[in-house]
Design a protein around this ligand. Structure first.
Ligand code: IMP
Ligand code: MG
Length: 174
């Protein structure tokens, strides 16, 4: 079966939106340092672009999680595959994600990170599929709300491929 990619959000649109979020975060955190926590692997492209556009001091850390349960439906119980290197104690933390879908993984993850004593904890996602939400998650910064379609690019994969596309596309099977 051949696959093709239909552009949903162009490279220019994504770049402009990330610039705007970077400016917003820089205003909101004036006089502070932000600690960005990237959820690998999907969040990595977005976090790097975002970090470059934030003008207050920034530190970065990475974690990798996998959800227990079937491959197609996340259970919401998260296993830490790679934990953060640094403590979150008294830091102003922003979790950077590629997409919020059901919200199961993130609601669990945010609870877990809150227990580590950050001064503040916010969530920034490039994409949000609100129609798919099962568990309530408070998103502080959203790039784009998109319809319920499977998207790839800018860190998002289909079977580990297409993460490197510089735009967001919908995968179509012909
Ligand atoms: P959930 O919010 O717990 O359902 O899980 C969200 C995760 O599912 C994201 O971090 C992605 O890894 C993955 N995901 C959800 N929707 C898509 C999509 O459209 N394309 C690629 N990955 C997706
Ligand atoms: Mg993800």
């Amino acid at each position: 079966m051949a696959e093709s990619i239909r552009v949903l959000l162009s490279e220019e649109e994504v770049d402009q939106r990330i610039q705007a979020i970077g400016e917003q975060i820089s205003r909101d955190y004036r006089g502070k340092q932000v600690h960005l926590v990237c959820v690998l692997k999907g969040g990595s492209f977005f976090m790097c672009e975002l970090a470059k556009r934030i003008t207050v001091p920034v530190s970065l850390d990475f974690m990798s999680v996998s959800s227990y349960g079937s491959d197609t439906k996340s259970s919401g119980v998260v296993k830490i595959v790679k934990d953060l290197d640094e403590s979150l104690k008294d830091k102003d933390v922003i979790v950077v994600e590629d997409i919020v879908d059901s919200g199961r993984t993130l609601s669990y993850l945010l609870e877990m990170l809150r227990d580590r004593g950050p001064r503040s904890l916010r969530l920034c996602t490039l994409l949000d599929k609100p129609e798919r939400r099962v568990v309530d998650v408070n998103v502080d910064y959203t790039g784009f709300e998109i319809p319920d379609e499977f998207v790839v690019g800018y860190g998002l994969d289909y079977d580990q491929r297409y993460r490197n596309l510089p735009y967001i596309g919908v995968i179509e099977f012909n």
